[in-house]
Design a protein around this ligand. Structure first.
Ligand SMILES: NC(=O)c1ccc[n+]([C@@H]2O[C@H](COP(=O)([O-])OP(=O)(O)OC[C@H]3O[C@@H](n4cnc5c(N)ncnc54)[C@H](O)[C@@H]3O)[C@@H](O)[C@H]2O)c1
Ligand SMILES: [Zn+2]
Length: 310
C-alpha cells in the first residue's frame, strides 16, 4: 500500500474515457452535468447526503461485485462529500488495498479536501463522527469543473483559500498567482507538504484546523456551507487570538477586516458556542489553532465566552 509520500497532484484535463478500466464514483448531480455514466460508474446522492455508513456499505458491496483487488483503481469525481465517503469506503474495503484517484470538482475540494487522506461520514447528526486516514491516493485537478459551480459554492471554496492565505502569511497569494484555479493548486500542494510531514495530525498538520473550531459549530448551528463557516471561524478565532494577547492589534485588524470584506460574518451566539463543545479537539478546554503561530492550544469554555460574547 502506498505511503503518503507517494501521493501526487496532477493538473490536467479529466477525460472519462481514460478511466474505462477503473471504478468511477460520483454524485447524481455531477454525473448529469458532466455526462458521467457507464457500467463502471456508481452514483452517490449529491453533497452531504452521501456521507453516511449506509452509502459506504453500498459502495463496498459494489466493490465486492466488481471484485476490486490490489491492482484496481477507484476514481472519486466530486466535492469534499464524495471524496470523504469514497475515501472511507476505500480505507476499509479489504483494509485499503485499492488505489484511489481524487478528482475534485469544487473549489473547496481542489484546494483542500482532495488531498491529505482524511476521510469521514456523519452519524446521529454528528459531522465526521466516524472516519479514517487513507493515503493510497493521488489527485487530479481539472479546473474545467469550476465552470458549473454557483456563487455559494465558489464562496465556500474561497473560505478555505482564505485560510491558506493566512497560514502562509500571504506568501501563497503573492506569487503572481491571480487565477482561482492556480491558487487552488498551490493551496493543495502546500497542504500536501504539511500532511507529508505530519500525516496523522500530531503536530504541524493541526494548523490546517485554523478557523474550524468555531467554523464547525457555525456550520452545524446555522447550516452554512463548510468554507463559509470556516471564514466566519477565521474571523472570530482571529479576534480571540487578539483578546488573548497572542497577536498584535495591527495583525488582527488587518486580517479580520479582510475576511469581513469578502464574507458575510454571522453574529456569534451562546447557542453556537455551546455547539463548540461537540468538537473532537476538546479534551481539557476547547482546542483552538490560533494565529499567528497556529499551534493547537486549549482555552477554557468560560474564557472563550467572556472574550467573544459581548
Ligand atoms: N477530508 C477533508 O480533508 C475535508 C476538508 C474540507 C472539507 N471536507 C468535507 O467536504 C464537504 C464539503 O464538500 P464541498 O464543499 O466540496 O461540496 P459537496 O461535495 O458537499 O457538494 C456540494 C454540492 O455541489 C455539487 N457540485 C460538486 N461539484 C460541482 C460542479 N463542478 N458543478 C456544480 N455542482 C457541483 C454537488 O453535487 C453538491 O450538490 C464537507 O462534508 C466537509 O466536511 C473534507
Ligand atoms: Zn475545512
Amino acid at each position: 500500500m502506498k505511503n503518503i509520500n507517494d501521493w501526487t497532484i496532477e493538473y490536467k484535463p479529466f477525460n472519462l474515457s481514460d478511466y474505462a478500466h477503473d471504478s468511477v464514483v460520483t454524485d447524481e448531480n455531477i454525473a448529469q452535468l458532466y455526462e458521467i455514466d457507464g457500467d463502471n460508474v456508481f452514483l452517490l446522492p449529491r453533497g452531504e447526503q452521501a456521507k453516511s455508513l449506509e452509502w459506504v456499505e453500498k459502495l463496498c458491496k459494489w466493490f465486492l461485485q466488481r471484485k476490486l483487488n490490489a491492482d484496481s483503481r477507484v476514481v472519486a469525481v466530486g466535492g469534499g462529500s464524495i471524496g470523504d465517503t469514497v475515501g472511507f469506503a476505500c480505507s476499509i474495503y479489504k483494509r485499503g488495498i485499492v488505489r484511489l484517484l481524487h478528482v475534485p470538482t469544487t473549489l473547496l475540494a481542489m484546494a483542500d479536501s482532495g488531498v491529505g487522506g482524511k476521510t469521514a461520514v456523519n452519524m446521529c447528526g454528528v459531522k465526521n463522527a466516524v472516519g479514517s486516514y487513507f493515503f493510497n491516493c493521488d489527485t487530479l485537478i481539472d479546473a474545467c469543473f469550476l465552470g458549473t459551480l454557483d456563487e455559494e459554492q465558489l464562496k465556500s471554496g474561497k473560505g478555505e483559500l482564505f485560510k491558506y492565505r493566512m497560514l502562509s502569511d500571504d506568501a501563497l497569494f503573492c506569487d503572481g498567482l491571480t487565477r482561482i484555479e492556480d491558487l487552488a493548486v498551490s493551496c493543495a500542494k502546500y497542504k500536501l507538504e504539511i500532511c507529508k510531514n505530519d500525516p496523522f495530525c500530531e503536530k504541524e498538520r493541526n494548523k490546517l484546523n485554523f478557523g474550524h473550531t468555531i467554523g464547525h459549530a457555525m456550520e452545524l448551528a446555522l447550516n452554512l456551507p463548510h468554507g463559509i463557516a470556516v471564514a466566519n471561524g477565521i474571523y472570530y478565532e482571529t479576534l480571540l487570538a487578539r483578546a488573548l494577547g497572542l497577536c498584535e492589534k495591527g495583525y488582527a485588524d488587518f486580517w479580520s477586516e479582510k475576511v469581513r470584506k469578502e464574507f458575510e460574518i454571522q453574529p456569534l451566539t451562546e447557542n453556537i458556542l455551546n455547539a463548540v463543545l461537540q468538537d473532537k479537539k476538546n479534551l481539557d478546554g476547547i482546542g483552538f489553532v490560533l494565529p499567528p503561530r497556529f499551534e493547537l492550544m486549549r482555552v477554557s469554555f468560560d474564557k472563550v465566552k467572556a472574550l467573544l460574547l459581548k
